[in-house]
Design a protein around this ligand. Structure first.
Ligand SMILES: [Zn+2]
Length: 146
């Protein structure tokens, strides 16, 4: 009896011919995907975290357990400390610009306002200043001294 096979489409970068879209064939990010994510995000995607990408793990923004693919567009660099938050009420997703957003749990922010990390990508402040400012939102306003 034949073993179960995963069928997937591998898309290769046109310059290096390295696979960046692995689908469900592999769970862990490949070295080539890590290089691309490092170039794109620079470091941990959690708001205000300064850990560099070389110290990061790679989180599936659509969870592997929910059918998420190991595609470069579904991976977010996250340091080990912040990666544990994804299992404790925080949600991670890509916004319409491809940036990674973290949504806090409702007990921390009832509006679950998305937050991005501009520490490694300061140009985002100039590209989308109002939106970035609104989404940076850290610390939450309810924490401010009043
Ligand atoms: Zn971090």
């Amino acid at each position: 009896m034949a073993a179960h096979a995963w069928h997937y489409l591998a898309v290769f970068d046109t310059h290096t011919e390295q696979p960046l879209y692995l689908g469900r064939s592999k769970r862990l990010a490949s070295p080539d995907q890590r290089i691309v994510a490092t170039a794109r995000y620079g470091g941990c995607s959690f708001p205000a975290c300064a850990r560099p990408a070389l110290d990061c793990e790679y989180h599936h923004t659509t969870a592997w357990a929910e059918g998420g693919a190991t595609d470069v567009t579904n991976l977010a660099p996250v340091c080990g400390h912040h990666h544990t938050l994804a299992d404790h009420g925080w949600a991670v997703r890509h916004d319409e610009y491809g940036r990674i957003e973290w949504l806090p749990p409702a007990w921390l922010d009832p509006h679950r306002t998305p937050r991005t990390n501009t520490y490694h990508r300061p140009a985002d402040w100039y590209r989308h200043p109002r939106r970035t400012h609104q989404r940076q939102g850290w610390p939450p306003s309810q924490w401010a001294a009043g």
